[in-house]
Design a protein around this ligand. Sequence first.
Ligand code: SF4
Length: 460
Amino acid sequence: MGSMKDSTHNIPTIAPAGLKFTGTDRRAPLRDGLQRCGEYGAGQTAGRFYPIACVALEVTQRCNLDCALCYLSDRAEMTYDPPLSVLFARLATIRSHYGTGVSVQLTGGDPTLRKVEDIEALCREIKRLGMRSCLMTNGIRASGAFLTRLAAAGLDDVAFHVDMTQDRKGFSSEVELNTVRRAYIRRARGLGLRILFNTTVFGGNFDELPALARFLRDCPEVAFVSFQMQADTGRGVLRARPDEITQDSVARAIEEGYGTPLHFDAAAVGHSKCNRYASVVTAGGRAISLLSNRQLVHRVMAALEAADDQQDAHIRIRPKVRRMICRHPLLALFAMGQLALSVARLGRGLLHGPVRRQAVFIHNFMAADALDEDRCASCVFMVATANGPLSMCLHNAQRDLHLASPDRIDGPAGPSWWNSAVPRLSGGSDLPDLSDPALAPLKRLKGQMRALRQKQKDAS
Ligand code: SF4
C-alpha cells in the first residue's frame, strides 16, 4: 500500500530522445517503433499523419489534491518549480522533435498553482512556436477569470480531471461529481477553448462508468473524453488494477453509456495495448459512431496519406481533404454519403440538440514494474525531460531520476544549470541531490514527510 514502485526494476533501456531532432522525417521514429512491434496497420494514424499525439510539459510537481492514484513521485512536494527559461528551452526541444501542430499539455502537479502570468507566458510561447496548448487541471483554481486570461494568451484546450480518486469533500459518487463537471463547463464555455474531460477508471467507479459516459455524451460542449485505466505507478495508494478492468471491459461500459457500438478497432492512435480511439457524433441524447465502416475508414486514410505532401509534420487536414476530394471524387462522395447517413441515424436527437463531434479515448498506462519495451518505444504520449522527450510510462517509473537530472541553459555569460532541488539557475553543474532531506524547506514538508514515511516503511 502507498509505496512508490521500485524504480530500478524492469526499466527498458530507452533514453530520452535528446535536445534536438537530427533526422529528416519527424514521423519516422514513431512509425519505425510501431512497425517493429507489428502495430503499423492500415488503421494506424500515429507516425502516418503526425509524429506524436501530445507532449506533457510539467510546470510544477505541486498539487492541491492527493489522488488515490497519483502518478507523481513521493518527493514531488519537495521540488522547486522549473524557471520559465527552463520551460522555454523544453518547448524549443518539443518543437525541434515534432514540428508545428503538436499538442503541448501544460501539466504537473496542477499547473494552476503557478502564477497565472507564468502560464500566460507559456501559452504565448507555444503559440509563437506554432504548437497547440492544453491546460491539464483538476479545475479547483481554474476560475472563469483565470481561463479568460489564458484564452486571451492563446490557450487552445482545457482538460478537466474529475473523478472519485480525488476525494473531493462532499461527493460520494461520479454522479454527484457531475455537479462539479457542469460548473467547470460553465466556466470554460464561450471562451473559444476546446473542453476535454479526463477520468481515472478504478475499482471505486467502474460500475458507474456507463452512467458517466452517458453524462459526457450529453454535454455538447465537451469535444474529447479520456478514460485512463488504473495503473500501479507513482505515489498513489490504491496500487494494482482490479482484474475486471481491462481495455475491453472499459470499452463495453463506455458503449453501454453511449448507447451504441463505438468501433474502437477501426482507427488506431499508437499501440493497441496503450490506446483505443473512437469518434462519434452526438445530438440530443444520442450518439453514432463515425468509424462503423472499417474498410471505408482505411480507404479514406490511404487516400489522405497519398495526398500528404508534407510527410514529416502534423497533417494539416483541410488542404489534404481538398486534395483528396480532387483526386478521388467517388471515394469522397461515398464517404460524405456515409457521414450524412450517420448523422441522419441520430433521428429525433437532431430535434433536441446541436450536432457535435466527440473523440473518445481509453488510455492504458502501464504499471511501473511491468513496462513493455515495445510500447515505450512506440509511445505517442511523451513528457519533456531535461534530456528530451521520453515515454510518460517510463517517466512515471523513474520520476526521481528525471527530476534530479539537470537542464542546461546557454546564455551570453556561458551555461547555467537547474534541477528540481534548487529554486534558480546556477553556475555549476554539480547540483544537489534531490534525495537529501536537508534540502526541503518547511513549505515542502508534505513531500518530505511522505518520503520519510516511505523510507521507514521500506526499512521495516
Ligand atoms: S504513456 Fe504509456 S500507455 Fe501511454 S502511449 Fe506511452 S507507453 Fe503507451
